[in-house]
Write a protein of this length. Structure first.
Length: 80
């Protein structure tokens, strides 16, 4: 292994958005994560929708508008 080209491997403090903290090792001294084993639905057994940034709601609003416009245009074309 070449000397001097690899980053230092240090103790890392990982902080979750739920408030859980733990120490591991990495090349970064500090990390922030959104989900960990204390709050992830797979590990807790509690099902909750993890919707970052309202993506599901944005999708529903976007395509609900297009669906009503398409329906409004179709009856006018059939009457001609």
């Amino acid at each position: 292994m070449k000397q001097g080209i690899h980053p230092d491997y240090v103790q890392t403090r990982v902080t979750c958005s739920c408030g859980n903290n733990f120490v591991t090792r990495s090349t970064q001294p500090e990390m922030h994560v959104e989900l960990c084993n204390k709050c992830h639905p797979f590990y807790t057994g509690k099902q909750k929708l993890v919707d970052t940034g309202g993506r599901v709601e944005r999708f529903q609003k976007k395509y609900a508008k297009k669906g009503t416009q398409a329906r409004a245009a179709t009856p006018g074309a059939e009457q001609s």
